[in-house]
Write a protein that binds this ligand. Sequence first.
Ligand SMILES: CC(C)(COP(=O)(O)OP(=O)(O)OC[C@H]1O[C@@H](n2cnc3c(N)ncnc32)[C@H](O)[C@@H]1OP(=O)(O)O)[C@@H](O)C(=O)NCCC(=O)NCCS
Length: 151
Amino acid sequence: MGTTTRLVCRKMTIDDAEAVAALDLKSFGEIDSWSAEYFFYAAQNERAEFLIVEDNGKIVACAGADIFTDAAEIVSFAVDPDRRNQGIGTKLLETLIETVKKRGASVLILEVRPSNKVAIKLYEKFGFEIVDREENYYWDEDAWIMAKEIF
Ligand SMILES: CC(C)(COP(=O)(O)OP(=O)(O)OC[C@H]1O[C@@H](n2cnc3c(N)ncnc32)[C@H](O)[C@@H]1OP(=O)(O)O)[C@@H](O)C(=O)NCCC(=O)NCCS
């Protein structure tokens, strides 16, 4: 009998911090990833929304945004390398957008490496546009700032 895949999207809790940090490390490498402490505090931050996707209890994706008065900023977004290109990132981003919209945000912004063609393609599919460039945002590359109105 085959294994049944059951994807569940839910709010990140402090108990997820270690597993989410491991996923982040796998996705971004040592220099660019967030620590378990970061996710531990993010899970308790009322001005943030962090969501995870689980497959039969294993965390396969995480996305998070900081919420400001009328804007939100995506600060974390990763899908397990073994589970990419299966639509998980699309569903998670859809859910994160709905979640921050309910929190009152009318604009969603994010930073992305210009070399990250896959992520840029995904954001453009959602209607994000490049609105600015921030020099030396990453240790080895500038960032593109992308934005999307979500009201
Ligand atoms: C960016 C990321 C979150 C996308 O997650 P995902 O689950 O693979 O995304 P999906 O399967 O929903 O695919 C979404 C879109 O991404 C693009 N895409 C995904 N995988 C791709 C690939 N291997 N090659 C080209 N485009 C690809 C496609 O446009 C796709 O949409 P389409 O299927 O309608 O054409 C994932 O690649 C990832 O974790 N990357 C490393 C971390 C990262 O770069 N995060 C973003 C930082 S700003």
